[in-house]
Write a protein that binds this ligand. Structure first.
Ligand code: BJW
Ligand code: ZN
Length: 275
């Protein structure tokens, strides 16, 4: 692992910084990651539920998964890593941009200026009509009465919804959230596999990257296997940009030879690195 002083030297001489953030940053706050040990919900791989096909087949199951994640998100707090990034964003202003793959709202709740933040994969509390695309921000918990099983708190943490040996609560499609404008079924306002990211957002990000040289790309708590998010570090390595990875896993595929690599909990390392 590179020593922290090396990063402080780099940081002092680096005006423009791009951060790419993944689920590992919110892991210390108590939110699960997608891959590895934390990536199972009941006996489903989280990534298998994050698809348009899963929603088409079983919207109630997918809604219960997202309702549980909304509830979890509302129970936890941003950690010192979110706060350190928010402070960097305030200090650097227009010379800093954070691209988060996380759909939680922990960056914002840590005070991250929203104009220095892009949610590449959407937002957990956006609820979008599948038919007319009308999107509303809604933090109701439960979102509709039928999703209450995902919002129940149990003293011992043993929510039966999370026990794969128990049946999934039966919910009729008519009881799921529906659009107030057109009556279509609503879905979480997130980006699933095979779906396009917001093209205007991607153009704005490219314009920011192309406007002036980026000195550092910080790759924080992500496995870097999902594109186009993973491509930003790939592109940076072809230029004179230093790529710095912060990851709990010493063998992470996110790091490449030549990167500065910091191994550990992002919630602990970021405050030290960005001090
Ligand atoms: C810690 C830690 C601690 C743990 N501290 N670290 C080019 C090549 C190949 C394929 C493609 C390509 N371009 C597009 C594709 C297809 C696809 C893709 O990338 N597939 C790959 C998997 C192969 N991409 C898409 O479909 C995207 N759409 C698109 O590109 O449209 C155009 C197109 C379509 C089809 C073909 C070609 C072009 C959309 C991607 C949407 C991803 N959606 C999800 C769900 C979002 C909603 C939700 O949250 O439910 O996004 S999937 C999931 O993965 C989620 C995450 O944001 C994303 C990334 O995961 P992340 O954050 O990296 O989490 P983990 O769990 O993987 O890693 C956690 C890391 O943290 C680990 O490294 C730990 O070690 C570390 N860690 N604790 C520090 N305390
Ligand atoms: Zn609608």
């Amino acid at each position: 692992m590179t020593d922290i002083a090396a990063f402080h030297t780099l940081l002092r001489g680096s005006p423009r910084i791009l951060a790419i953030v993944g689920a590992g940053l919110s892991a210390s706050s108590g939110l699960p990651t997608f891959r590895g040990a934390g990536g199972l919900w009941r006996n489903y791989e989280s990534t298998s539920l994050a698809t348009p096909g899963a929603f088409a087949r079983d919207p109630a199951l997918v809604w219960l998964f997202y309702a549980w994640r909304r509830h979890m998100c509302l129970q936890v707090d941003p950690n010192a890593g979110h706060t350190a990034l928010a402070a960097l964003a305030k200090a650097r202003g227009g010379d800093f941009l954070c691209l988060t793959q996380n759909v939680d709202n922990l960056h914002e709740r840590a005070g991250h200026p929203t104009d220095r933040l892009r949610h590449l994969h959407g937002r957990l509390f956006d609820v979008k009509c599948s038919r007319c695309k009308k999107t509303e921000y809604n933090t109701d918990d439960p979102l509709v009465p039928a999703l209450a099983p995902a919002s129940a708190d149990f003293a011992d943490g043993e929510n039966p919804l999370l026990d794969p040996s128990r049946p999934v609560p039966k919910i009729a499609t008519s009881e799921l959230p529906h659009c107030s404008a057109c009556g279509g079924i609503q879905r979480p306002g997130v980006v699933w596999f095979g779906e396009n990211l917001d093209s205007r957002m991607l153009r704005e990000v490219d314009a920011w990257i192309d406007a002036k040289p980026v000195d550092i790309v910080l790759v924080i708590g992500t496995s870097s296997v999902v594109y186009p998010a993973a491509g930003y570090a790939d592109r940076a390595r072809t230029k004179h940009t230093k790529v710095v990875t912060v990851n709990l896993d010493p063998e992470t595929e996110a790091a490449e030879p030549g990167d500065l690599v910091y191994v550990g909990d992002a919630a602990q390392l970021l405050p030290e690195l960005l001090a």
